[in-house]
Design a protein around this ligand. Structure first.
Ligand SMILES: [Zn+2]
Length: 446
């Protein structure tokens, strides 16, 4: 029945998305969503018909919450607990004054909780040069953004499902932020980073269909979805090429804007983690451990992020080149491999610099053939591989056993498995502009 549930939800969300509305121009469109009530009295569906009905209703609610939010009072079932539901009210935000009024703090921001201050900070940061730069890269007409105010329901002992049910995440055409996630004295920094992370996800065509394919493949292979058995991910997790690049891209954008995020990723990927898909047990390794292959490193989101960061900073006009290659290689099969192929194709003169960065960030674990294969460039007029000079073989470090001492910091955008996997949606390509249309207007903020 679990399989039926997943397939049904996926198909239902695709169907619902087919009626998307066309919009005139790209913009962030904010919705303030206040939780009014948390109920725990939903009956557990037991019969096949009640299970199908339950899943259909939840898919519809999640679509209306996570993908195409609309105004008004709504019910949102918990994807993590069949007995829990939330009654919420959603209002389209016209300006900051209205947002403060909705949070009962008009004229006096001191009335706001830390979580609400985080919502306000993310709203304000959406007008920053950093946010506008990403919006210029977007081929969407509008990106809907839900600001969930969980005030009054933030006690995890009373509402254990709430944090995951309102976890910040993007499904491609929209994203959601949550006051529960910002409930910290460091709310402003967290809110700004989180806004850039989720906004960057909306640029990636991996979302939603590539992500959904990944979830389906994993589900039938080992019963997991995208981020493994625990449904969460972190900088040093070894996942899959598509997931690693998708998250790496968002981390890269954070690293470009915030030094603390850059430092965090740089230090975190010294230790990598592998999850056993059957048991969920996680084993930690030094990145230089001989048990970690070069391909493992390329399947790590933090490593992907760092390579992008180094390309942006060590190649001439690197930032612009990374963005252009990202857009030109963008697809539901977007991976580091497809990105770097496009990067080399567009910037053949940088090949040796790129080779050096890749060799260093994979600790010399990629063989010459693997590196050549990754960097292979086929000229458009005269097909054929470009002859590459041999790579410098770097001796592998001695074999180590697992490292139990380092636990990666929880990723601020780690996603509960059940929500995204059950909420994917086909992108409406009629809403989009081509990279060729976008690039002439792209301006590097540096
Ligand atoms: Zn993410």
């Amino acid at each position: 029945m679990k399989n039926v549930k997943f397939i049904f939800l996926f198909a239902f969300v695709i169907f619902l998305n087919s009626s998307s509305i066309l919009f005139a121009e790209a913009a962030l469109e904010f919705y303030y969503q206040q939780i009014l009530e948390v109920r725990t009295d939903l009956a557990t569906p037991t019969t096949p018909i009640s299970i199908i009905r339950y899943n259909a209703e939840m898919a519809k609610e999640q679509y209306n919450f996570r993908i195409n939010p609309t105004e008004g009072e709504k019910i949102i079932r918990s994807p993590t607990n069949k007995n829990v539901s939330y009654r919420v009210n959603r209002v389209k935000v016209k300006d900051e004054e209205q947002l403060l009024e909705l949070m009962s703090a008009k004229g006096d921001e001191s009335k706001l909780t830390n979580g609400q201050k985080g919502l306000l900070a993310s709203y304000r940061y959406s007008s920053s040069a950093a946010a506008k730069e990403r919006l210029k890269l977007s081929d969407r007409k509008v990106i809907k953004t839900v600001l969930s105010d969980t005030t009054g329901f933030e006690d995890s002992s009373k509402y254990p499902n709430l944090e995951r049910d309102f976890w910040p995440m993007s499904l491609g055409k929209s994203f959601q932020l949550s006051s529960k996630y910002f409930d910290s004295p460091d709310f402003e920094s967290i809110a700004k980073s989180n806004l850039i992370h989720e906004l960057s996800h909306t640029l990636d065509k991996n979302l939603p269909m590539g992500f959904a394919e990944e979830a389906i493949t994993n589900f039938f292979k080992d019963g997991t979805f995208v981020y493994g058995k625990d449904g969460m991910h972190s900088y040093g997790d070894i996942t899959t090429p598509r997931v690693a690049f998708m998250e790496g891209w968002s981390w890269f954008n954070q690293m470009i804007e915030f030094r603390k995020d850059r430092d965090l990723v740089f230090s975190s990927i010294k230790t990598l983690s592998k999850e056993n898909p059957k048991t969920g047990d996680i084993t930690y390794y030094s990145a230089t451990d001989s048990a970690i292959l070069g391909s493992d490193l390329l399947n790590c989101e933090g490593v992907n992020a760092k390579i992008l960061y180094r390309l942006a900073n060590e190649v001439a006009n690197g930032r612009d080149k990374v963005n252009k290659a990202f857009l030109a290689s963008n697809s539901k099969n977007h991976t580091f491999r497809s990105f770097i192929k496009k990067f080399i194709e567009q910037n053949l003169g940088d090949l040796e610099r790129v080779r050096k960065i890749l060799d260093e960030e994979t600790h010399g674990k990629l063989s010459r053939d693997e590196l050549n294969d990754l960097l292979r460039y086929t000229p458009p007029v005269v097909p054929g591989p470009v002859a590459l000079p041999p790579t410098t073989e770097v001796p592998q470090p001695p074999t180590q056993t697992t490292s139990p001492t380092t636990t990666p910091t929880a990723c601020p955008t780690a996603v509960p498995t059940s929500v995204p996997a059950e909420s994917r949606v086909i992108q409406n390509h009629s809403e989009q502009r081509s990279p060729e249309e976008l690039l002439p207007g792209y301006i590097d903020a540096d």
